[in-house]
Each structure stands twice: as structure tokens, then as C-alpha cells.
Design a protein around this ligand. Structure first.
Ligand code: NAD
Length: 335
């Protein structure tokens, strides 16, 4: 027998409340209490109900929003272009459905995709004016982030001045800050010895280290940065045709980019890239939680556009849950 709309509304309210609590722990406190897989399960359950009962969707639903509001202790930065999330897929059938939607949306029979590892860190935006790093911020709620310029300046792989290649007057680079696994283990060991709070995983350690009011703390944490995009820029020195050309341009400007970036064709190309990176995952010095597929042509990206919290032209294909994260969470809970 079907459930009454009242029961469903009640279930939706409970899910939203629980997800918002987890969001707060994860994005604001940098201290999750459940593994990502459990969070993802609840999030998808909510998405599924909302798909079946669209009248229950509200603007405040976590499915319509990104991240969490910035902390008051930092000054705020309004992003010139929103920093969104990515649609997620866990199953091959969902990747096939994504490729089908893209082909149908573009009325083409085959699509080229730029493919990259999905870094499990913290999204940041770096604003360069006349080639000089002026502002660095967190994603926050996607529209307003925290001004963490001083902390980002301590990361040695982030260029403070762009002195090679052609640079537009204004360039906004988007990327991810990570903590290497070896540094994460060292940091937690040190904290355990001193009886201080330990971090659940490298992602939370990176976020906690970056959102510090004292940049000397960030400097001591040895964080790394990888660039994966720029805000649309019509300056002629910036590539205008493909995402892969933008990645090359960023690399030419001396931004670190993933070595594993590639261009593949069709769904078969996406799935074989996923298998290839899955096999390399353990050997990487940092955590990745999946791979990201992006339609390579920027003109095609523009035609596909955006839904509420994510672009239609990109997909995060996530790996199954990793046990180590759960074990570290267990330690965290026991301490
Ligand atoms: P997401 O992490 O699934 O995907 C979007 C993010 O991917 C972007 O903001 C960007 O930072 C990142 N990214 C990494 N590599 C990229 C690349 N190559 N190109 C583009 N972007 C790249 O979405 P989200 O909104 O950041 O976070 C949601 C996820 O966070 C959940 O699915 C869950 O796994 C986790 N989470 C966990 C809890 C918890 O309590 N455990 C709570 C909230 C969120």
C-alpha cells in the first residue's frame, strides 16, 4: 500500500534535518560523525523522494544547495561565478544515463569528455589581478565563501605571481586543497600524543588546517593544491575551445594539475578511465573519491548549462566507500 503524502512529508523533513546536521558537522566543524557513504545514502534517498514528489521540493532543501554558510570569524568573499557541486553517480547505469542525456541535449551521437581524478579535499578559488594573487576563498555556500587568502599564501605550490605565459588582467582559478596521506597520519599521531582532537580523514584535516585564523598553523601543515578549472574568461590569451586546453594553460602557468587528466570518447571511454584510475587509487599519495567527467567542448558545456546546484555537463563518478575512512572515524569516536 502506498504511503500518505503526510507520511512522506514527515520522512522528507526528517531526512532534511539529519542531512543539515551532517552538513554542519562536515562543512562548518570539519568533523563528520558518519562516513561519506552513509551521508550519500541519505542524500540520495531524499533526492529520490523529491524526484517522485516534486511538489515537496523547497528552496531550502539540501538537494538545492551547496556546502554551508561561511563562518563569521572570516571575512566573506562573494564569488563572481558560483562554486557549485557536481552530480554524483555510483553505478555504471547512471554513467550511461548521463552520457545519454548529454548526447540528447546536444543532438550528437558521440561526445568527447575531459576526465580527471576527483580530489577529496576542499574547493578553493584563487583570484589573480594582473597576475598577482589577491584573494583566496573557500566555496562556502557556493555564492559566498570565507576569505582565507593569508592561509592559501602559505601553500608552496600555489603561485603568488604568474610570471610565465600570457596572463589576463583578471584570472580566477578553481581547484582543490589536499593533505597528503603521509602528512595526515603524521598529524593525527602527533595530535593523539598530545591528547588533541584528531581528524576523521585527510579531507577534514585539510579543511581544518586551511580554515585557521592563524596562518602559521596552516603553514605548518604542508598542504598541497591542484587546479581543475577557471571561471569563464573571454580574454584572448585564455583558451576558449576546450576544457583540456584550459588544464594545459593552467599547467603552463605553473599551477599543479593532475597528471591523470585525459580526454576520452563516449561512455565506453568514461568507464575504462574509471577502471584505470580505480586501479591506481591506492598508489596515489592523496585521497581521491572518484573521477570527474566533463564535456570537453566549452561551447557544448554552455549549451547544456546548469541545474540547481550542479552543471549538466559534468558528473562525479564516485568510488565505493573506503573502509579506512570508517576505521579512522571509529578511532575518532573512541577518543
Ligand atoms: P562533491 O564532493 O561530491 O563534488 C563537488 C566537489 O568536487 C567540488 O566542489 C570540488 O571541490 C570537487 N572536485 C574534486 N576534484 C574535482 C575536479 N577534478 N573537477 C571539479 N571538481 C572537483 O560535492 P560536495 O558538495 O563538495 O560534497 C558532497 C559530498 O561530501 C557528499 O557526497 C559526501 O561524500 C561528503 N559529505 C559528507 C558528510 C558527512 O557527514 N560524512 C557531510 C556532507 C558532505
Amino acid at each position: 500500500m502506498g504511503q500518505s503524502l503526510e507520511n512522506i512529508q514527515q520522512q522528507v523533513d526528517q531526512l532534511r534535518q539529519q542531512i543539515e546536521e551532517y552538513n554542519y558537522q562536515y562543512y562548518v566543524l570539519d568533523a563528520p560523525t558518519v562516513p561519506d557513504a552513509e551521508y550519500d545514502r541519505l542524500f540520495r534517498k531524499l533526492q529520490h523522494i523529491e524526484e517522485n514528489y516534486p511538489t515537496l521540493i523547497t528552496e531550502e532543501s539540501p538537494t538545492q544547495r551547496v556546502g554551508a554558510a561561511p563562518l563569521k570569524s572570516f571575512s566573506q568573499v562573494t564569488h563572481n561565478s558560483p562554486m557549485l557541486s557536481l552530480a554524483n553517480a555510483f553505478e555504471q547505469t547512471e554513467v550511461e544515463a548521463f552520457d545519454r542525456r548529454v548526447r540528447e541535449g546536444l543532438s550528437v551521437s558521440e561526445v568527447d569528455y575531459a576526465v580527471e581524478p576527483k580530489f577529496d579535499g576542499l574547493a578553493v578559488s584563487l583570484r589573480y589581478e594582473k597576475g598577482i594573487l589577491k584573494t583566496g576563498s573557500t566555496r562556502g555556500d557556493g555564492y559566498t565563501g570565507e576569505d582565507i587568502t593569508l592561509n592559501l599564501r602559505t601553500i608552496k605550490t600555489i603561485p603568488l605571481a604568474l610570471s610565465v605565459g600570457n596572463v589576463p588582467d583578471l584570472l580566477e582559478v578553481r581547484g582543490e586543497v589536499l593533505m597528503l596521506r603521509a602528512d595526515f597520519i603524521r598529524l593525527n599521531k602527533h595530535h593523539l600524543e598530545k591528547g588533541e582532537k584528531i581528524f576523521a580523514n585527510p579531507r577534514n584535516a585539510a579543511a581544518g588546517s586551511l580554515r585557521q585564523l592563524d596562518s602559521a598553523v596552516t603553514a605548518a601543515r604542508n598542504l598541497v593544491f591542484f587546479a581543475y578549472g577557471i571561471v569563464a574568461n573571454e580574454d584572448p590569451c585564455v583558451p576558449q575551445d576546450t576544457h583540456s586546453a584550459i588544464i594545459q594553460y593552467l599547467s603552463d602557468l605553473h599551477f599543479p594539475v593532475a597528471r591523470e587528466c585525459a580526454v576520452v570518447r563516449s561512455c565506453a571511454g568514461l568507464l575504462s578511465y574509471y577502471r584505470e584510475i580505480s586501479a591506481q587509487r591506492e598508489q596515489l599519495p592523496y585521497d581521491i573519491d572518484g573521477v570527474v567527467y566533463k564535456v570537453n567542448s566549452l561551447a557544448q558545456q554552455a549549451r547544456l548549462g546548469y541545474v540547481a546546484r550542479a552543471p549538466r555537463f559534468a558528473l562525479a563518478h564516485k568510488f565505493p566507500a573506503q573502509e579506512t575512512v570508517t576505521r579512522l572515524l571509529d578511532i575518532h569516536v573512541q577518543v
